[in-house]
Design a protein around this ligand. Structure first.
Ligand SMILES: [Mg+2]
Ligand SMILES: [Zn+2]
Length: 224
């Protein structure tokens, strides 16, 4: 018997699809003074994602225009194996969705250079109006037992929404904001800090180095 199942692949962006963090790349150049203290405050959970992004933009826009920021983004490359995963998912009718506690603006801009701007995203939203930014966080989850609303986008909420609609859900990530997503996911691909976290929390995961490892694992898992 063949069971038809929706297969959803949720992939982190910063540190996973690109090798750096898009927003941090901007801060490093146009908010050098504020960057270290902002990041350490965020990593120690003294400020949430919203505060980090808001204060980051306040600093950036004192010294740079939107065009200056876009110029930095236009130098950021995606991992060369990511377009292969996008192609693989298309061929197999897997839904590939970006889940990120970053921003739709830079994700779409960077992916656009690879013709991948139409991949769906679950992320924080920014709109620019003259030199003002408006941030919104449609995927925040105050009830999450990991982030308690500290992250603008709770990946646990994203996983649960897809699980509740009956999908099989795989999650791919490298960092601490990916932790929310692992509890309810069916399959975890982890590297770097997420790998360390999964190991110490006793969660089974597949280690990956780049997306070719993920393609091979998905092929071998014969999900249909
Ligand atoms: Mg990451
Ligand atoms: Zn969460």
């Amino acid at each position: 018997m063949v069971i038809e199942m929706r297969i959803v692949i949720l992939s982190d962006f910063d540190g996973t699809i690109i090798h750096s963090d898009g927003f941090e790349e901007l801060l490093k150049i146009y908010a050098k003074t504020e960057y270290p203290s902002l990041m350490s405050a965020f990593n120690q959970e003294r400020i949430d994602s919203e505060t980090l992004l808001q204060r980051g933009f306040d600093a950036l826009l004192q010294r740079a225009t939107l065009a200056d920021l876009n110029q930095i983004l236009d130098k950021i490359q995606v991992d060369p194996s990511f377009p292969l995963l996008a192609e693989f998912c298309k061929e197999n009718e897997y839904e590939l969705i970006i889940v990120s506690d970053g921003l739709d603006w830079y994700i779409k801009r960077i992916l656009g250079r690879y013709g991948l701007e139409n991949l769906p995203t679950i992320t924080n939203i920014v709109t620019f109006d003259d030199n003002h930014v408006r941030l919104s966080f449609p995927w925040r989850d105050m009830q999450c037992r990991i982030c308690h609303g500290q992250y603008g986008t709770c990946k646990g909420k994203a996983v649960r929404e897809h699980k509740n609609s009956g999908a099989y859900v795989a999650i791919i990530g490298d960092g601490l904001t990916d932790r929310c997503g692992i509890y309810d996911a069916d399959l975890i691909f982890a590297k770097s800090k997420l790998k360390t976290y999964c190991s110490s929390a006793g969660y089974p995961f597949c280690e990956f180095h780049d997306f070719t490892d993920i393609i091979n694992a998905l092929r071998n898992a014969s999900l249909q």
